[in-house]
Design a binder for this molecule. Sequence first.
Ligand SMILES: *Cc1c(COP(=O)(O)O)cnc(C)c1O
Length: 421
Amino acid sequence: MSLQERDQKHLWHPLTQHKLHPDHLAITHAKGALLFDENGNTYIDGIASWYTCMYGHCNDYIIKKTTEQLSKLDQVVFSGFTHKPAVEMSEKLMEILPKNQQKIFFSDNGSTTVDVAVKMALQFHFNQGKKMNRIIALEDAFHGDTFGAMSVSGLSVYNGPFEDFLLTIDRVDVPTHDNFEKVKEHFSQIIATGEVAAFIFEPLVQGAAAMKMYPAELLNALIQIAQQNNVLCIADEVMTGFGKTGKYFASDYLQNKPDILCLSKSLTGGVVPMGLTTCTQQVYDAFYDTEISKGFFHGHTYSANPLGCAAISAGIDLLTSDEMQQNSIRIQQRHNDFNKKIQTHPKVKSTRQTGVIFALDLNIEMDRYGNLRDQLFEFFMNRGVCLRPLGNTVYILPPFVITNDELDKIYETIELALENF
Ligand SMILES: *Cc1c(COP(=O)(O)O)cnc(C)c1O
């Protein structure tokens, strides 16, 4: 029996209606930007396996660093204990984070980094004797699938069964040059209640909302209003972090730095699940007290797993290397050239690009093609290109190590799709 057949007996896949989608492609190995399946087919990973493996699959340097760590220390409780991989990682990360960040809190994935951030923000005010129980989030946001993260997410199509149990959130439109005065007014009105603990956002690019992009200066203006009113600003950089927007962090495009950052996905280069919530000294100081209950009583068993920390350090070495930075510029230029070529195509409604993220909206009637998204996905996979369209948006977020030939194959396959749909 194939892996694909054996899979169906016991495995339950994420975000899947199994009755409609019973088959899952079995990947046996991967290297660089390539995935290999059990039938001998090869696919170019055009989305870096959900934005994780940005330095390429099975990166030799990350393998070396994590293997070395694995034979020294595998795991130890992080309450009351510490270790070199965590300390070294913290020093390296501070070198590249926005300068106002000082403290690092561990969890295991993107959703938990958001839950931690939300709890941190609520307790920050609570510890100072203030009851701030409102949180502002953006429309169409995606922050994860645990209860706190689900609450602040605005893409609620899947949240039906849980809606009654979620935190109450004040939601504002994503700012654009057209709506900004209205958004600003709405935002200021909510802040004026004096009950807002935090403002959470995906800076510059909303990944799950089909790579919706919005201007840094408008977000910057909202952050300014929030911070003038003692509202903590949380940048969910789970997707945008570690070079995807062309700078180390999307927050690097902002003058007003967020108080709290959420990091995961390519944090470990895709080898170990891990999440970090970082914050300013000011946030940390609100918890620093002789009173035990003012501490932050949140903890995950695998906090600061040494293997994960070693992978983060290796990832930062790679991210900051000339090689990776040049790769990023190369990809951005190629995206740019591709954009010039296709943006006027009659089947292209619009295109957008931030850093190595490129997205295009198709000008195709969804109804006419039934499930366009599934058909596009199949079209790409049949030609050896792994892209996962969101609705009628096709986007590319390749690993930095992708070769020019591999990029060209992705572009050509998208052009072919434009001719065939
Ligand atoms: C993926 C994602 C999350 C959730 O991360 P998980 O590791 O899947 O829990 C949260 N926020 C953003 C912006 C994401 O892209």
